[in-house]
Ligand binder design. Structure first.
Ligand SMILES: NC(=O)c1ccc[n+]([C@@H]2O[C@H](COP(=O)([O-])OP(=O)(O)OC[C@H]3O[C@@H](n4cnc5c(N)ncnc54)[C@H](OP(=O)(O)O)[C@@H]3O)[C@@H](O)[C@H]2O)c1
Length: 253
């Protein structure tokens, strides 16, 4: 029997690497996308050995037109249709909006919002024609609180996922925005953020985020907030003034 194919952006580290692990374990063939070819190759060797699945690698910079176009081309290939798309690659900017250059802000907005939109647009025709598909967009709890342009971009992704799940869910294509809190990955180190102010109970592990995200997508939910503690916090955040919610989100910066 043919294995389903999952394409994961940002698959070399953190949450994306964990998606590759869990989807490989459940016998999906994989397409791993990121910029670092050596890391992509090393991951691919490991996943083939551990799970006996086929693994393609695709090196692409997802803030460039050519990088995004190469992934769109793979998503539109009818001979090897992708059935699971995980829009995960991303980064955040440590500086304040008014001090960042507009080029930095534009690249940040692109990878967090425009790129997932373009990849979704590329994969949808084949998914709709086959009447099945899963699209998982990694957003953040920052989507629900005032948290700079990072939170604003993640809000766009949540809103987009809610619309897309309503429209395409009944046609067999389930779309979910997964909204984690703080997760142990390379994200904060790459950003150059000091995370000393974040209490230990606020940290999640990527395996839980991915497990719950996949389960919520399978259940047809448009929004997934991994862990009961963050689901409770987000419900409470709707009741407090913006400045209190923003202060919690700004820990570690
Ligand atoms: N960690 C958290 O606390 C947290 C919380 C909520 C949401 N998130 C979201 O989770 C997602 C994954 O982040 P993570 O925490 O797993 O971070 P991470 O460990 O830093 O991984 C980021 C991944 O994205 C890839 N990437 C970065 N820039 C790229 C580019 N220009 N083109 C292609 N790939 C690129 C990286 O690979 P290369 O460098 O090889 O390209 C890497 O595989 C992000 O969307 C982030 O916003 C993270």
């Amino acid at each position: 029997m043919e294995r389903p194919i999952a394409l994961i952006t940002g698959a070399t580290s953190g949450i994306g690497a964990e998606f590759a692990q869990q989807l490989g374990r459940s016998q999906h063939d994989l397409v791993l996308v990121a910029r670092d070819v050596d890391r992509l190759e090393a991951k691919a060797v490991r996943l083939r050995t551990d799970f006996g699945v086929e693994v393609e690698i695709l090196s692409a910079d997802l803030v460039t037109d050519s990088g995004v176009a190469s992934v769109c081309a793979r998503l539109a290939e009818p001979a090897r249709p992708v059935t699971v798309l995980v829009n995960n690659a991303g980064f955040s900017l440590v500086g304040a909006f008014e001090r960042n250059t507009i080029d930095e802000e534009a690249a940040h907005l692109r990878i967090l919002a425009q790129t997932p939109m373009e990849l979704t647009h590329a994969v949808l025709p084949l998914m709709l024609a086959r009447g099945k598909g899963q699209i998982i967009n990694i957003a953040s709890v920052s989507a629900f609180i005032p948290r700079g342009t990072y939170g604003a971009a993640k809000s766009w992704l949540v809103s987009f996922s809610r619309f897309a799940n309503l429209r395409y869910g009944p046609k067999g294509v389930k779309v979910t925005a997964v909204c984690p809190g703080f997760v142990h990955t390379e994200f904060h180190e790459r950003m150059g953020a000091n995370m000393g102010g974040v209490r230990s109970w606020m940290w999640l592990n990527a395996d839980q985020v991915v497990r719950e995200g996949l389960a919520d997508n399978a259940a047809g939910k448009a929004v997934s907030i991994p862990s009961r503690r963050y689901a409770t916090l987000m419900a409470l955040s709707r009741l407090v003034p913006d400045r209190l919610a923003a202060a919690a989100g700004n820990r570690g910066r």
